[in-house]
Design a protein around this ligand. Structure first.
Ligand SMILES: Cc1cc2nc3c(=O)[nH]c(=O)nc-3n(C[C@H](O)[C@H](O)[C@H](O)COP(=O)(O)OP(=O)(O)OC[C@H]3O[C@@H](n4cnc5c(N)ncnc54)[C@H](O)[C@@H]3O)c2cc1C
Length: 387
């Protein structure tokens, strides 16, 4: 067993830190206040080829594994870019995984190079208002008509839909009453054609720079060649990308938690009250030390899950556990960072209140902590399915 980073992984970390350096805490603070997609940050990562880290070399990617992609996303968040920085590119890193695995050679040639170069920007359109976590109940319909499908329906919480040029879309091709098992949904990667799609931004708690939206689709024409794999098998294709996504979210959450912890430790050393640094008090030290341990443990779980995935081994329990543990550890670290700052923790200029608002995202999405606990209870402990 070897827990050390390889020299190549160390280089990735150092290189990502260099790209992130000009985008300091004040940059992300401004983005959080004013909004506006972080175009320059996205461009900087695309220009140095990072958007293709986990894409096949044959299509212009670096051909590395989810371990390296997770390291990249962790590093972005840990520099203080947090979830705002990570979400700017998150979809591009993992999102087209179903295309990589199930797409045809022609589709990969058509879709992957522009995404890696940053010319295309993709959003991930799965969640619907009426279905929630029960993805098999999606209602958005894709009706075949000769060489194309006509799509109509509604999605919710779709991140980056304000700036996306492409959309990975899960839609129903067989009415729910006729669909059996997990069949009946199909997966498409198609143009985000604003003549047939309206994206309405949701006013939300944090991560203002990276928009999330209600999406209304009305008569969108999707060519048959934009369907990935077989009709009706979309759910199983999406499932294939879920574990890598959970691993990336876990890595991002650990990064955000570490950014908060670093600020808290620095403040605790500097701030003097009662004639000594507040960090000399165990009441301040202990929560921060506990957060360090929790983040470290969550990161190890994420690294194990990534390693399993890269070895082609099952990793659903580990990937889900990593996402759960990392999100909870991140949240507590951000909370402890605010408490360490006292009143100043509530002031935007100290950054930690922004981190806490962002820490909600990996807790809530892409799957809730409750559903992860249900999954572990059922699949690992053999208890009856509860949902
Ligand atoms: C900032 C943000 C960005 C997002 N970006 C995207 C995106 O880009 N694309 C996309 O498709 N989606 C996106 N989402 C959506 C996200 O994946 C969903 O919000 C999430 O999957 C939860 O679904 P829901 O909100 O419908 O919750 P619901 O399904 O309504 O669940 C509500 C609550 O009930 C609980 N619950 C429900 N059923 C059970 C049960 N049987 N047992 C125990 N508990 C249960 C859940 O755990 C949850 O706590 C985003 C969400 C957020 C907040």
């Amino acid at each position: 067993m070897n827990f050390a980073w390889s020299p190549e992984q160390e280089q990735i970390r150092a290189a990502i830190e260099r790209v992130c350096e000009p985008f300091d805490a004040d940059y992300w603070l401004r983005k959080d206040r004013d909004g506006g997609f972080p175009e320059d940050f996205h461009r900087a990562l695309a220009a140095s080829g990072w958007l293709g880290i986990a894409m096949p070399e044959a299509y212009g990617g670096a051909g590395l594994g989810i371990s390296e992609a997770a390291l990249m996303m962790h590093t972005i968040a840990a520099t203080g870019a947090g979830l705002s920085g990570a979400s700017t590119v998150h979809m591009n890193i993992f999102g087209l995984h179903p295309v990589v695995v199930f797409g045809s050679d022609e589709q990969k040639k058509r879709w992957l190079p522009p995404l890696i170069a940053g010319r295309d920007r993709a959003c991930f359109a799965v969640t619907e208002p009426d279905a929630g976590l029960n993805t098999l109940k999606l209602k958005t319909r894709a009706v075949r008509d000769g060489d194309h499908y006509t799509v109509s329906g509604q999605k919710v919480w779709i991140s980056t839909a304000q700036v996306a040029t492409k959309m990975l879309l899960l839609a129903r091709t067989t009415p729910v009453e006729r669909a059996s098992g997990t069949d009946g949904l199909s997966l498409f990667y198609t143009d985000f054609d604003r003549r047939a799609i309206e994206a309405r931004e949701i006013d939300k708690m944090g991560r203002k720079a990276v928009d999330s939206n209600q999406v209304f689709i009305d008569g969108l024409r999707v060519p048959v060649e934009d369907r990935i794999g077989d009709e009706g098998r979309g759910f199983s294709y999406i499932l294939h990308g879920l574990n890598p996504e959970r691993i990336l979210v876990a890595a991002e959450a650990v990064g955000l938690g570490r950014a908060a912890l670093q600020r808290a430790a620095a403040y605790a050393s500097e701030r003097e009250v009662f004639g000594r640094p507040i960090g000399q008090n165990q009441a301040i030290q202990h929560p921060l030390a506990a957060s360090w341990m929790e983040l470290e443990a969550a990161h190890l779980m994420a690294q194990k899950a990534a390693w399993l995935y890269d070895q082609g081994q099952p990793c659903a329990a580990e990937a889900n556990s990593a996402k759960y543990l990392a999100a909870e550890a991140c949240y507590r670290a951000c909370e402890n960072a605010i408490l360490t700052h006292g009143g100043m923790g509530y002031a935007r200029e100290y950054h930690v209140e922004r981190y806490l608002r962002e820490a909600w995202i990996p807790r809530l999405a892409p799957v809730s902590p409750q559903l992860i606990l249900c999954f572990i209870a059922e699949k690992v402990l053999g208890l009856p399915k509860s949902y």
